[in-house]
Design a protein around this ligand. Sequence first.
Ligand code: SF4
Length: 486
Amino acid sequence: MHQLTKTDYIQYINCPESLWLLKNRPSEFTKGEFSLFLEKLIKEGYEVEEYAKLLFPIGLDLPENSTPQYTKQQLNAKHKVLFQPSFLNQKGVFARIDVLEKLSDNTYHIYEIKSASSVKKETLQDACFQKYVLQECGYTVSKVSIIHLNKDYRKQGVIQPKELLEIVDITEQINQMYSSIVNEINAASNFINKESINENECSSRYKTRTNHCDSFNYFNKDVPEYSIYEIARISAKKIKQLVDDNHLGILDIPLDFELSTIQQAQVESVRKELVLINKPIIEKTLNSLQFPLHFIDYETFPTAIPKIDNMGPHNHLVFQVSIHTMQENGELTHFEWLGDKLEQPTAMLKKMQEFTGLTGTFISWNAPFEMSRNKDMLVWIPQFSNFLNYMNMHMFDLMTLFKTDYVDYRFHGSTSIKKVLPVLCPQFSYSNLEVQDGTMALDIWGRMVNDPDFKGDRDTTRKNLLAYCKLDTLAMVEIYKKLLLF
Ligand code: SF4
């Protein structure tokens, strides 16, 4: 019999098929390209837990991976607050509770700790799961609470757990949803123990690409390259019509099927293997940019627990910038800055301002990200408000041209620079770099400046980080130059 944990149950709610695959054919289950990111989230979760434990000075920390039998012994020994007690019911449903408090009437209060800063639906579902297992094991749960980060918290000196965290009583909500969650848990437990399921399709066949997980291809082997899921902003309703008529590939879409102008262009690009370029608009847009052009890219380090004074939960610290500046005559200069400790990038802004001045146009890829960082820095480093405001008022997003005016079937419906660059400028590639994306960059930088056990060579790490960010802005320069040629 397969055991069902809280994480399994949440996965079951999102997708029963992928959980079945994980339990029954683990070698076929794809872990996913975000595992580094997930690892970071898990580490942050542990960090929040450590602060939450400080709210319970009499709590007893059970050893990592301690068994339900050990929990029982500790409960019998009359400890009032346990961290990480575990419970297993007879159907193989397992729960490890973050904090369990025994109340004076011999009932129990469950606390679940979250690194989010609000109570989400998923949080309620998993707290309900915990209550179910405890009750099944013969304990009465009279209260359930969530401990999460206080979104209004701003660090000032030493972090006080009572200010950093908020305790929200969710007993009422849990009582209301309890019976339906119990039915779902039973269904999940039965489902993972099925000997076989239909492995030839999954329910996301009817959903848009953002809802697909890494197991989508396993369950939908008949979906061809250039599939309907790649069509930009296609609705679930349209996908359903196409799937029901067995039109899974872009090449199968009937000529009279209703699509927006942009979507039609994308379909045409695939059908004719053609690149569709709206030359007048691209020319007009590029001509409107004021020289010098500053191609800019930030790398950031977001943390659940703020590390620097004035910062709040989940704020991003800018730790690196690359700028390629192009003059009207084509002359190119480069500026880069990489922080070497957790501190506000005041020195970076000073040098950036010296390099660019308050002139010309700033160009980035997915500009709302850079603009949001500038808005944050306006609050934290107000002495640069003129410069930061100038940047945001003169920011152009190069990516927008690839949403509407430059359609190439080889982008597979994506406007990511990682997809566009190799098609337009195949001589440039991220594949030879040690650091290949933003998640790797923040992970390695975070370890270098924040982990006393960091084993890497600092000089090499810095070189790798600089090379990655530099390519991001050089890529924009090359794409810009390519657009001028059309
Ligand atoms: S894509 Fe398929 S397998 Fe993946 S989560 Fe969705 S339904 Fe499940």
